[in-house]
Design a protein around this ligand. Structure first.
Ligand SMILES: [Zn+2]
Length: 366
């Protein structure tokens, strides 16, 4: 593990001297951005542009980086599929514009190394087979069928543990859980971290880097819980058991050493009827897309007005044909058909508004 996490004096940590520290005045998120990035919208809230700040709080240097590995074609196909079922899309909601606003962002996650020593106890479960037989009446005769059933024998086990755990993941962002869930359909960690590479500044390749807003101290509890989970699994394997429950660890945790892993995410956005940007997030490894789906009431209104205008024209034409039928009686039939059409158009005119309103209501309650 690199110990580049030491203090810095030039406004940014030493590992990122080519990047500029910025923050979002709206959501307080901090980022390191490359000098050619200008003043981009905050990729966290999309409600303000990032502003330069003199310096960042002390930040641990990344140890590992997960590169962007999803193919561009897969990412674009997923974006296209994501927006396909939205009725009456806002003008800015199309693949070309989503693509133009696509930004690469690395998200931080802590990695903790720590020693654990102490005692443990648990109920360990051992599988065993029970053979029994069952009598079945089949085709006019009794048949004996042998059945093998797996059952679990529970035994109390206890022991000592002295382990050193390395690269235990822990959240570095307050909204870590929500962002991870959004990037992988509810998964706690929707990335294959075994594909991580040793960090180098070149690996950033002009992406924005979100900086932690949790201190390592605030992430300690989460790291300890993960170590406890790993310890429980190791004790289960050491006991030769297949299951465990009521695992209890009375242990001391050595002072952990913290570094960061950077996780790849694309963000893009589209604008709603009030000009508010709605963010879309794309997992930079799997291409999984998530974001709030909204139909545009403005576009729906335009369609409703168009249908209304056609209904009005149809009504005027119907009136004209009805008047003609005074002179040419057979035209009455045509007038009646046209009247039915006009009524259908009148009924259909508000449909776009109803569809869009209902779609937004359904998606906001999700
Ligand atoms: Zn923000």
């Amino acid at each position: 593990m690199s110990d580049d996490a030491t203090a810095h004096s030039s406004g940014a940590p030493a590992w990122s001297s080519a990047l500029h520290p910025t923050h979002c005045a709206k959501c307080r998120a901090t980022f390191l951005i490359p000098s050619n990035a200008g003043a981009p919208f905050c990729p966290n809230c999309f409600a303000a542009r990032l502003e330069p700040i003199p310096q960042l709080e002390r930040a641990a240097a990344p140890e590992l980086i997960l590169p962007f590995t999803v193919a561009d074609a897969t990412r674009d196909a997923n974006l296209e599929r994501w927006q396909r079922d939205i009725p009456f899309k806002a003008r800015s909601l199309n693949l070309k514009e989503l693509h133009a606003r696509l930004t690469r962002v690395f998200l931080p996650m802590y990695l903790a190394d720590a020693s654990v020593w102490g005692t443990w106890s648990a109920q360990m479960g051992f599988d065993y087979l029970v053979a029994s037989s069952e009598e079945r009446y089949n085709s006019g005769q009794w048949v004996t069928q042998r059945i093998n059933e797996t059952r679990i024998r529970w035994e109390t086990r206890a022991g000592e543990i002295a382990r050193k755990y390395e690269n235990v993941p822990a959240p570095a962002l307050e909204n870590h859980e929500r962002v991870m869930a959004a990037l992988g359909d509810g998964n706690a960690l929707p990335f294959d971290t075994t594909r991580a590479l040793g960090f180098s500044s070149d690996g950033l390749n002009n992406a924005l880097v979100r900086m932690p807003d949790l201190t390592p101290k605030a992430a300690t509890k989460s790291a300890q819980l993960e170590m406890e989970r790993r310890a429980a699994n190791e004790c289960q394997i050491a006991s030769g058991a297949q299951h465990h429950e009521q695992f209890s660890l009375r242990a001391a945790f050595g002072e952990p050493n913290w570094t960061l892993m950077l996780l790849p995410m694309y963000v893009t956005s589209y604008s709603d009827d009030n000009g508010k940007w709605i963010p879309l997030r794309v997992n930079g490894q799997t291409g999984f897309v998530s974001g709030e789906k909204r139909a545009s009431m403005k576009v729906a209104r335009r369609w409703a007005l168009l249908l209304g205008a056609i209904a009005l024209l149809a009504f005027l034409f119907t009136t004209f044909i009805a008047l003609t039928s005074i002179l040419v009686p057979p035209m009455v039939t045509v007038a009646v058909v046209l009247l039915c059409l006009t009524l259908a158009l009148c009924l259909a005119a508000p449909a776009p508004l109803i569809i869009a309103w209902q779609y937004n209501r359904q998606n906001s309650s999700k």
